[in-house]
Ligand binder design. Structure first.
Ligand code: TYM
Length: 333
């Protein structure tokens, strides 16, 4: 039997999960979990590149883990773990750091955006963050990385570093490919639909959280910013409506054209009401499961403990090769 190909992906426990995280990444994870050997991590090491309160970070890590499972990831099939529990991520990161050019990192748009927002917090971790992400991916000999398209540039760096290492030493890393959803690769803000939907937005009406209750979802969709055209059309000139169409389509499985036809001659009111119901229908069962799981801390701890052990075993193999190739003495104890 052929060995299954490998998937790695992760999300930061830096706040609450949005519909963007779900449609851009986690929905695809659940769809791919049967065909691939999957590693899904709660990337807490990444989260501390911006200030976090310890207690809240711990809570968010548990919540994110619960959300992974509530969204449909099967802990029996997948390796689900907390990034800081597998120290190999940091060890490989150091080696890769020494092979990454400063120029490469300063061109990363996410770094540029984040550093513009808060000059006071320009720490070195924020700068080298993509190297840690490359280490995450390369440690597991990953074939495929399902992410939203805001991570494309980071994934490119992981590929470049893998090639650089393989050329400088000898073939060691697989070269990973990105995997982006057809619809929902970039879910936009409900308030400024030319910006991506982000959990760190200060305006709560800009995003839908996976833990929002039905009425909150209805209210947020009703208030979402559209335009004065009054025609449901898929056009870059109507970014608000375009975004709602993308969300509707991704969650219902209906092609955008079909949805546009359904609203011919109708105003935005009906379209928004139905969009909200499509979202509620998709998220409500997950929210119920999530709330149930949060009360089962022992179960969650068991999942992440077993996950870390499996992840570590795989990560150690790659790291051992890397250490040998760069010329570190083998441990004899
Ligand atoms: P993070 O935590 O910001 O987001 C998690 C996933 O959600 C996707 N995403 C979106 N997709 C569509 N529309 C949006 N508005 C939207 N917002 C977020 C992201 O693309 C991502 O797939 N650096 C990563 C975490 C990471 C990682 C990795 C991912 C660390 N190491 C290794 C893959 C492989 C991040 O900050 O994602």
């Amino acid at each position: 039997m052929d060995e299954k190909k490998i998937i790695f992906s992760g999300a930061q426990p830096s706040g609450k999960m949005t519909l963007g995280n779900y449609l851009g990444a986690i929905k695809n994870w659940t769809e791919l979990q049967n065909e691939y050997e999957c590693f899904f991590s709660v990337v807490d090491l990444h989260a501390i590149t911006v200030p976090q309160e310890a207690k809240v970070l711990r809570e968010n890590a548990m919540k994110l883990l619960a959300q992974y499972i509530a969204c449909g990831l099967d802990p029996e099939k997948n390796t689900i773990f907390i990034q800081s529990h597998v120290k190999e991520h940091l060890e490989l990161m150091w080696v890769l750091n020494t092979m990454t050019y400063m120029g490469e990192l300063s061109r990363m748009t996410q770094f540029k955006d984040k550093s513009q927002k808060s000059e006071a917090n320009l720490n070195a971790g924020l700068f080298t963050y993509p190297v840690l992400m490359a280490a995450d991916i390369l440690l597991y000999q990953t074939d495929l990385v399902p992410v939203g398209d805001d991570q494309k540039q980071h994934l490119e760096l992981a590929r470049d570093l893998a090639n650089r290492f393989n050329n400088r030493y000898s073939p060691t890393f697989k070269i990973p490919e990105g995997y982006y959803p057809k619809g929902g690769a970039r879910v936009m803000s409900l308030q400024e639909p030319t910006k991506k939907m982000s959990k760190s937005d200060s305006n709560e009406n800009a995003f839908i959280l996976l833990e929002d209750d039905p009425d909150t979802i209805r209210r947020k969709i009703k208030r979402s910013v559209t335009d004065s055209e009054g025609v449901v059309r898929y056009s870059p000139e109507q970014p608000g409506i375009k975004n709602l169409l993308d969300i509707y389509s991704a969650l219902s499985g209906k092609p955008v054209d079909e949805i546009v036809k359904m609203y011919e001659g109708k105003g935005y009111g009906d379209f928004k009401t139905d969009t909200a119901e499509v979202i509620v229908g998709a998220l409500e069962p997950m929210r119920e499961k999530y709330l149930y799981l949060l009360n089962n801390k022992d179960y969650l701890e068991k999942i992440y403990s077993e996950g870390a052990q499996k992840a570590e075993a795989k990560a150690r193999k790659t790291l051992r090769k890397v250490y040998r190739k760069v010329g570190f003495l083998e441990r004899k104890y």
